[in-house]
Design a protein around this ligand. Structure first.
Ligand code: C2E
Ligand code: CA
Ligand code: CA
Length: 536
């Protein structure tokens, strides 16, 4: 194109009057074509070369400024541009390696610019020595950026890196020059807060955690920072770097578990943390190797005095730790995803037991507790159907107790599971009623037969108290909805008398009987109801 323009220009000038292109008067006149033609040809040639070169050169420049990953197309070229690109590539790689080595030597995290984890043991040991010598105290704050994986997935790793750099900057801005901020791991930071009373350092730690509450603005996006932080203080919480770091981390886990931004280590938490880990590791073995067994607690009808049903309560005899209460290991099973196996084990144990009782001439309806995880499992009704078939269970002789909070966790899924279980012929009870936030109106649409008032309202029930008002009105409202009401945690005769007056249907509690093994229950039932073929 440029060449055409040159040729066109020459032709056009050739048509012009010679005076128009003549040089200044007095100077010797050359025929204009002898001067202009070579110039124009040269200009055209230069333009062509420029055009052929400028594209690749610009890309080469972009490659150099954009880093190692930017210029892959150029590296394949066989011409001079290609060899130049390869040279640049080697140079950039070299530079990057040198920078990384330098950072490593300087112990700097390249993403955030703060010290990396290699400095942590020494710095904490020095802080301990200073604190012990001057009796000043200091604190370790471990901060975990819980949202980083989600940010990486949603916005890419570059934005994730920028988020980490913003966090490091905010932490750095909130501390004194003598304090230090280090990057502990991919999502974790450590802040060493030097010299101060536990209260003062805790206040600073709270401010630091608070400084992460505002979202980060990155590339026009507002990204919320979800973090959890834990604090351990020297000397109260340990006197070695390992102990202090471990305990700050345990506090951080507590913060995360309770969805609060910051928690302080409390003495004894490490022991319960270690116990939790032991239980978590051993639970699978316990399920497979029959360390679990069932106890049964009767529910009695207040009007007839008969035992309408028993509640199955699981027990675990740990070989080293002894009897572990279900309140302790069931939440662990829920968190670790093992509760489905546990529930399956309980259902099978109960179905087998009912079959044995049936063989012995006893028809015992049993209530089984389900966890939130079971109700969130759309496969649960199918699994139940298979187990019932294998053990020839009678669905009408089984009832499932579900807590109101587990129903409300995801109402759409849980109500589908509850409907399917009910349609298969099993009964449903609402457990621990009064401890959650649901109202009877919300539970109305569920196919529920029974409502169990939580023991916290029942065990110290006295006329004229707030609990009395709650229990009495719950009984009335539940009856209006056609529900059977059970009061759990009945521990004395006076409570039974009140409940009977308010027309409560059934009671369960230590006053009637503690939970007991299957053999004791069979004896108890025969003594309480001699001659009976069933307990319903
Ligand atoms: P829950 O379902 O509310 O069971 C009633 C708990 O209250 C039982 O504790 C029972 O022993 C206790 N209890 C009974 N009568 C009285 C009383 O008069 N006073 C007092 N203070 N307590 C009484 P347990 O057996 O330790 O079970 C605790 C919880 O563990 C149960 O509470 C239930 O949520 C859970 N759990 C027990 N077995 C299972 C199970 O097989 N599966 C599931 N998912 N959870 C279970
Ligand atoms: Ca229960
Ligand atoms: Ca209960």
């Amino acid at each position: 194109m440029v060449l055409c323009a040159g040729v066109f220009a020459i032709a056009w000038m050739g048509r012009m009057a010679p005076e128009a292109v003549a040089p200044v008067a007095g100077m010797p006149t050359l025929p204009w074509t002898r001067v202009a033609l070579p110039i124009l040809l040269l200009a055209g040639l230069a333009a062509v070369i420029m055009l052929r070169l400028s594209g690749p050169v610009a890309r080469l420049a972009g490659f150099v400024s954009g880093g190692l990953d930017a210029g892959h197309g150029l590296l394949q070229r066989r011409d001079d541009i290609g060899s130049l690109a390869r040279e640049f590539h080697a140079l950039l790689r070299d530079l990057r390696e040198r920078e990384e080595n330098l950072n490593r030597e300087r112990k700097i995290d390249p993403v955030t610019g703060v010290a990396n984890r290699t400095v942590v043991p020494d710095r904490v040991a020095m802080a301990i020595a200073r604190s012990a010598r001057n009796r000043t105290g200091f604190a370790l704050l471990v901060v975990d950026i819980c949202c980083l994986a989600a940010v990486n997935d949603r916005h890419g790793h570059q934005v994730g890196d920028q988020l980490l750099a913003i966090v490091a900057k905010r932490l750095g801005e909130g501390v004194r020059a003598t304090d230090s901020v280090c990057r502990l791991g991919s999502t974790e930071f450590l802040v060493i807060l030097e010299e101060g009373s536990a209260e003062n350092l805790l206040r600073v730690a709270g401010e630091l955690a608070g400084s992460l509450a505002d979202p980060a603005r990155i590339e026009q996006a507002s990204i919320p920072i979800v973090s959890a932080a834990g604090v351990a203080h020297h000397p109260a919480h340990g006197d070695t770097p390992e102990a202090l770091l471990r305990r700050a981390d345990i506090a951080r886990r507590h913060a995360r578990g309770s969805s609060v931004p910051l928690a302080v280590y409390e003495n004894g938490q490490e022991e319960s943390h270690l116990r939790e880990i032991a239980l978590l590791n051993d639970l699978a073995t316990a399920i497979v190797h029959d360390q679990l067994f069932m106890h049964y607690q009767p529910k009695m009808s207040l009007s007839s005095g008969s035992v309408g049903q028993v509640e199955a309560l699981v027990r675990w005899d740990h070989p080293q730790l002894g009897r572990v209460p279900p309140d302790e290991f069931i939440p662990i099973a829920e968190r670790s995803g093992q509760v489905r196996h546990l529930t399956r084990w309980v259902i099978e144990a109960v179905m087998r037991q009912q079959s044995d009782w049936r063989d012995a001439g006893l028809e015992v309806p049993v209530a089984i507790n389900l966890s939130t995880v079971d109700l969130a499992d759309p496969d649960f009704p199918r699994t139940l159907g298979i187990l019932a078939k294998v053990h020839s269970a009678v669905p009408s002789q089984l009832l499932f107790e579900i807590t109101e909070s587990s129903i409300m966790s995801d109402l759409a899924v849980t109500s589908a599971v509850i409907d399917a279980v009910r349609e298969a012929g099993y009964q449903i009870a609402i457990d621990d009623f009064g401890t959650g936030y649901s109202s009877l109106a919300q539970l109305k649409r569920l196919p529920v037969r029974e409502l169990k008032i939580d023991k916290s309202f029942v065990s110290r029930l006295q006329e004229g108290t707030d609990d009395a008002v709650i229990v009495r009105s719950t009984i009335e409202m539940a009856h209006n909805m056609g529900l059977v009401v059970v009061a759990e945690g009945v521990e004395d005769e006076a409570v039974i008398e009140l409940l009977a007056r308010w027309n409560c249907d059934m009671i369960q509690g230590y006053h009637l009987s503690r939970p007991m093994d299957s053999a004791s229950l069979a004896t108890w039932l025969k003594e309480r109801m001699p001659g009976t073929q069933g307990v319903a």
